[in-house]
Design a protein around this ligand. Sequence first.
Ligand code: SF4
Length: 327
Amino acid sequence: MPEYAPRPRVPGLLKETKTMNDTAALNYVIKDQLIYLRKVEVQVAFNCNLTCKGCVHGSPARPVKMLSPEEFARDLAALGSAARVHKLLLVGGEPLLHPDLVELLKLAKASGVAKYVCVTTNGVGLENMSDDFFSNVDSIEVSHYPRVRLRYTREDLERKAQQFGFTFAISAYATFQETHLSVPLDDPALVQQIYKRCKPRAEWSCHTFAEGRYYMCPRSPILGERLGSCGQLVDNRPADGVMMRDNPDLFGDLLRYLQRDDPLEACKWCLGSDGASFPHLLQSKKAAIEEASRIVHFAPTLLSPRARAELAGLLAPEDGKAEAAAP
Ligand code: SF4
């Protein structure tokens, strides 16, 4: 049964790099001309069977779309020319909806790129998964939301884990965070601070790859699609992701990318991990689609009280008025 070491998982990591974002340096170490990445997640199913308000991937409003095994294998091979991944997470949307999930697990394991191959799920549908699934996954991480009744109990998972030798964790999420803007921030200093403090990029290491590019967060590759729902044409992918396919200097490009101090283009439309919390809510599909097309301007009320206090020097006086006027 695999064991997950606490962060940082690779000793000596901080000695390797010195960047503005020290926490980012925890995400990789260099050894034998390879970059060892702590954690990378791949979105394999874009849609979801739940309709959570504020879903960071906007999945309730997205069409049914699955990552093809061919594309997954191609990107794994490309990444493998320069890097290894300690923990590869297959995520969604809801990954259990992928009809070829077992094939994706087998591909990831056979590639030799990832040490552990894991699945993050809302738990709905675990009762339908085959023994083939349970025997090919190293770890299952269940995100449990209030008012979502799971048919598959902790005891069921415990039994399967003992039978097939995987680990699992069930984490309760009672709140979500504001994450998105649909009008870009025009204050470079504020964008820089949000990027610097961003936990998905650094502490949580939610790095990802999609359509041949490697990204330091899962929000950047889907920004264009999200803004498209608001009628805006933005393609930040070439600027925000490192091309992995047919890249003879992927090692160098990836290393420079991991060490960059400058925010991504996508950060202008993002609150990083500084967004205000709100209670988890399941909404209707119609409301989810309306939410996706909503125009969201920045206001300090979208920030957590702590972020508001810590970033106070960067918040404009007119933002303060907006805050006072907010309910
Ligand atoms: S877009 Fe920028 S601020 Fe938002 S999650 Fe990605 S790196 Fe963090």
